[in-house]
Design a protein around this ligand. Structure first.
Ligand SMILES: N[C@@H](CCC(=O)N[C@@H](CS)C(=O)NCC(=O)O)C(=O)O
Length: 252
């Protein structure tokens, strides 16, 4: 008799951008996993600030993964994606040639406090009213995002199809979950007219395997540009996304 192994656990909610990046990699590679709902910022049961979760990820953020059979947990979306690629040998999306890999790592480091500010400046103020993000912070984050998009437009995406070359990598997934959420087909909170290369890349990314499954939460939530959604709408969008994910995992 062979012992059955427990699947990888991904903690988080589909609305979280870094959680979506990890979900996308796993679905793209058809890697089975189980998603366990953890609410960001909550101290309650299933909250990311609950002591039980803090024992797994002292930083109290989602995503976090756990390999129960190996007694291993890991947080930070980019660390998780690199680990999974290293573990499974997914060199198509995380090349092992040193200079190609370095370009992916370059983007993954650049992402924080640059592209990541898309959420702080444009999405969180509408979705997380409880955080009371000051207008000055929002404005600074919007400026940071626009500066980062200029770097993508004039640098990363000026001469190549994807961020680090002509092949898709985890850098593209990490970037798209932030930038892509702003598009008119989702939250509709940013005008990309000044960024033709970024717009072309956004369209290309929509055709990547598992894009639609990963973004169900945003399709469900819809346009938030005029009116901030209430908690019920956000909860329903997350629920629907989890149901679609469950179906998707069942057919893998
Ligand atoms: N650098 C982290 C950021 C994770 C992050 O900010 N997650 C948010 C949800 S999108 C979170 O867990 N917030 C809850 C909190 O900080 O209390 C990563 O990439 O994993």
């Amino acid at each position: 008799m062979t012992a059955t192994s427990s699947p990888l656990i991904l903690y988080g909610v589909p609305f979280s951008q870094p959680v979506r990046a990890v979900m996308w990699l796993l679905l793209y590679k058809s890697q089975p996993f189980e998603m366990v709902l953890i609410n960001p910022g909550s101290r309650g049961d299933n909250g990311s600030r609950n002591p039980e979760y803090l024992a797994k990820n002292p930083g109290g953020t989602i995503p976090c993964i756990e390999e129960p059979d190996e007694n291993f947990t890991l947080a930070e979306a980019h660390a998780i994606m690199c680990y999974l690629c290293n573990k499974h040998g997914w060199t198509d999306v995380y090349p092992d040639e040193p200079k190609l890999r370095a370009r992916v790592d370059w983007y993954l480091n650049f992402h924080h406090r640059n592209v990541r500010d898309a959420s702080l400046g444009l999405v969180a103020p509408k979705i997380r009213k409880d955080l009371n993000i000051p207008e000055a912070f929002q404005e600074a984050a919007r400026k940071t995002l626009t500066h980062a998009l200029k770097a993508l437009e004039q640098g990363w995406l000026a001469d190549s199809r994807y961020l680090t070359g002509d092949e898709l990598t985890i850098a593209d997934m990490a970037a798209y979950v932030e930038i892509g959420q702003l598009q008119p087909c989702f939250t509709n909170v940013y005008d990309f007219a000044d960024f033709p290369n970024v717009s072309r890349w956004l369209a290309d990314m929509q055709a990547i395997k598992a894009h639609d499954e990963v973004h169900v939460v945003l399709t469900e939530l819809g346009d938030i540009s005029e009116e901030a959604p209430d908690m019920g709408r956000i909860r329903d969008a997350n629920k629907r996304a989890l149901a679609v994910l469950k179906d998707c995992l069942a057919t893998m």
